[in-house]
Design a protein around this ligand. Sequence first.
Ligand code: SF4
Length: 690
Amino acid sequence: MQILIADKAGFCAGVRRAFHIAEEAGRSDCSWCTLGPLVHNDGVIRYFEQKGIKAIDVIDDVDKGGVIIRTHGVPPQIIQKASAKGFLIQDATCPLVKRVHEVAELLRGEGYDIVIFGDKDHPEVQGIMGWCDNKATIIANPDEACDYAGTKKLGVISQTTKDEKDYFAVVSALISKSHEIRVFNTICSATRQRQESARKLCQEVDLMLVIGDQCSSNTQTLTRECQQTGVKTWQIQSAADIKTEYLEGVKRLGITAGASTPDWIIKEVLDRMTEFGDGGAPQEQKQEELVQENQVQENLNEESFAKMEAEMADLATPEKGDVIKGIVIQVLDDEVMVDVGGKSEGIIPLREMSFKDVDSAKELAKIGDEIEVLVLKWDDDGTILLSKKKVDSKRAMDELEESFNQGSQIEGTVVDSVKGGLLVDVGAIAFLPASHVEDGYVKNLDEYIGKTFSFRIIEFNRHKKRGSQIVLSRKQLVEAERLKLKEQFWSSIEEGQTIKGRVKRIVDYGAFIDLGGFEGLLHVSEMDHVRVNHPSSILSEGEEIDIYILALDREKQRVSLSRKKLIKSPWEIVLEKYEIGDTINGKVVRIAPFGAFVEIEPGVDGLVHISQLANRRVEKPQDVVAIDQEVQVKILSIDPEEKRIGLSIKEVVTEADNQEVQDFMEKQDQALEQQADTKTPAEIAAEDQE
Ligand code: SF4
């Protein structure tokens, strides 16, 4: 008996991947289980049980450890539940099954009624149902498709391991049952290849053995495919199932295996065949060939898996609403051209590039950039209209929603003022009500435009049609920051300290000074040594000044401030600047019967007694001086304790008169000397004789 083995048989790439994930997990210290059998094969399940990895039916069957998600995938709610219970998760869902999940979710999101071609009890189909909110109709065969009631928008997908011909028959029955139909060929190529390879082999043999579990869908399909060729076919789970009568009169035997059948079971079957003899190649050699062939097949599977996924993604025609990746191949001022992997090119108009108002797309992209875009529509000429803005917006909205749920802070820049508040760019445009800008009233909102702050999201509703979907507050953060600064202020402040403060508000009786976390009043009487008519005459709002901590009342949280403590008093200036005997300028500021008061420094007046007003007897001071008259005075006395200064105008006048006489005399003497210098010797001799 000659034995021939199908080109494609045994483990597919998805099962092999799951097998490796489970083996890797089994090497860790954690206790792992699989949610349902990892694959539909008893031998594989027993193999992992020996390694301590058991299959459980529901999450509640275990309390802790790690959960491996089976190749067939599970509904998202189960993953969420496992996460919520604190389980470690290893997702061994076949990437091709995951792709079906994505399609189901997309169709559901776009309002399609969904038909799944599959077996309602199969775990893969149950998993897919979870990804479309359990709102799909499951159709097991073309007859059921004929009975489908119909709908306006219909999306059709298939269990990955179903027979492709049956799927086409289902689709053709459904086409007339909806106005719009979207069909995704989600049948796995590994399944198809095994079927094709088995059908081909059927033409060369007079018996087929299909190795695989009874509950393995792809093995069942394989068996059915072989039977439909007319060749006698038996499905066996292991070598133990082979009966002698199967092989009676068989000259050429074909062997194939389902995608979940491991090599060691195929090898066991071949070993068993030695008992029945081999009319072709020696049995040992046959087994060796099979192992080698399968090894090559495994390697090819390994290598081709990622390629297969990539090809699937590439060949899939992007549909409206798909989010795809592309490479920028040309950038013009008003559009960006993107290679999205298919035959068509994608165009992003400038308005779809960003929320930012820019003049040229060159500010936002360059050739070679990889970008994610949303397919908006197909144009008549075959180009695809794309939007980067919408993808960015969705991503931003996802992040913002997470910040909102977690109550975390976000950063944003104020971009405009509108009625009742400000617009803030936080990745999307959000509204900041005026009452939430600060912890108090804000006079001029425009001052905030262009500035960046931290915010908290107080309202988030991405489905809101009117008004803003995102409402922000800064008030809570400002209050919290202020409280923190206040605590820091009171823990570090001491009487007698000089600190920096900023004039926040000026009122008639003083100025409120921001001391960095706390606000104190600087009373007008503490502003200067001299009388201050109005605080605004010496301070202005926003100005930073040095301020002296005069007194603290920690209980009542009051701070007394002084500015005048930090500046010299007029008397200190006088004592530093003047001495008795100095002649200085002053202004008559007051006149009394006994004399006139002359201001010599702001806030310091000296008295010119009536007897010191002139060199003669003065009846009334007004006879000599007038208010506001500038006069020269001589300091006669300084009494710092009594804060009195005695001045004299008379002394200045007398000194001036004396100086004048002296100057006159000096001039005369000089004139005489000059005369003497100009006489001749004869004149001098004549004068001497006389
Ligand atoms: S048969 Fe296909 S879909 Fe199923 S596990 Fe294998 S590769 Fe994945």
